[in-house]
Design a binder for this molecule. Sequence first.
Ligand SMILES: Cc1cc2nc3c(=O)[nH]c(=O)nc-3n(C[C@H](O)[C@H](O)[C@H](O)COP(=O)(O)OP(=O)(O)OC[C@H]3O[C@@H](n4cnc5c(N)ncnc54)[C@H](O)[C@@H]3O)c2cc1C
Length: 373
Amino acid sequence: MAFQPHDDDHEFARWVTDRAAELDTTPGEPGRVDRALLQGLGESGLLSALFPGTVDDGPPREAPATRLCLLREHLAGVDTHAETALALQGLGTYPLLQSGTDRQRKRWVPEAAAGRAVAAFALTEPEAGSDAAALELRAEPSGDGWRLHGEKTWISNAPDADFYTVFARTTPGTRSRGVTAFCVPADRPGLSGEPLEMLSPHALGHLVFDGVEVGSDDLVGAPDEGFSVAMRTLDLFRPSVGAFAVGMARAALAAAKEHTAGRRAFGGTLAALQTVSHTLAEMATRTEAARLLVYAAAEEYDSGGPDVTLKAAMAKLFATETAQYVVDSAVQLHGARALHRGHLLEHLYREVRAPRIYEGASEVQRQIIARHM
Ligand SMILES: Cc1cc2nc3c(=O)[nH]c(=O)nc-3n(C[C@H](O)[C@H](O)[C@H](O)COP(=O)(O)OP(=O)(O)OC[C@H]3O[C@@H](n4cnc5c(N)ncnc54)[C@H](O)[C@@H]3O)c2cc1C
């Protein structure tokens, strides 16, 4: 059942939690795209909430940032695997939704929203991570189009995705001003890749472009303006990484509250020890502060405010760092059992690490914030 966008946020959050609880989240092959899960996300309506045009048969359009954050926060509270699969469909498809052609949108957005086509966002290269403007994957003019030569790495959903938004160098020596975005279907000759095994079983891989042909139909936005295509998507997705982190922090906090209320030691419960209850208070306060920053950034985006980039950076920085602290504290309060393979906190401990690095490491967010001050 599709969710109607006019319902209020609490109802929406409850709807997300209920749908998420019904998903079959039996883990697929670690580190590979879980197509059964994506199809389940499509059938549940959760993916269509990310792509509102597919809900009401209007033209595909952006989900409000607040909705995207609610989706990610509440899905993360139930299942991080499903949350990540959903978010990556958004990250890979939004460049087309925001900056692509009608033809690209019609070809890929309904399929991505149904969970039948897998999307990926290919910006990072072996020699260009935090400094994304240094990217070197070449788009060499060839006939009416270009040929792509080079590598992308740490790309979520690679090499299993069905289409990639690829950011390539069209004008050498111009940093962010000479980058062009292309939509590259995975079956283009010359495109190959291999999976990379990560700390958490995140679907992710390395891609090689050996003369992959692209034409003007594949352009996403104008030539040499690809960097703003990437930044437009990241401005929306950065607060939502914060929402994912808040979802994990809330799950860890709930587990810690429950455990310390029941665990007996020194003639009482752990929660009755003042240092334990103060740790819980600190965890709760920081989580709430992170949540407020995330939704302030989402509101700024939705209202077209002047500080979208600044607030997105603050939200992503604070929420991901907070989630690391909260999950680590919850592990500490649980003792050995949290480290037992299969425990919720063992899982969250591995999951919480990467968001401090991807979509701009914490240091890069601080740099953005400092630049805006
Ligand atoms: C799970 C996961 C999923 C990912 N998915 C994608 C994806 O879908 N698409 C994609 O394009 N990329 C993706 N990435 C790549 C990610 O965006 C990069 O890893 C990130 O931008 C950092 O680049 P890097 O790893 O090369 O680190 P580097 O750029 O080498 O930086 C290493 C460290 O140096 C420090 N540092 C960097 N810059 C500064 C600075 N200005 N000031 C101070 N310190 C600094 C930071 O501590 C940083 O962590 C993913 C990464 C991970 C881990």
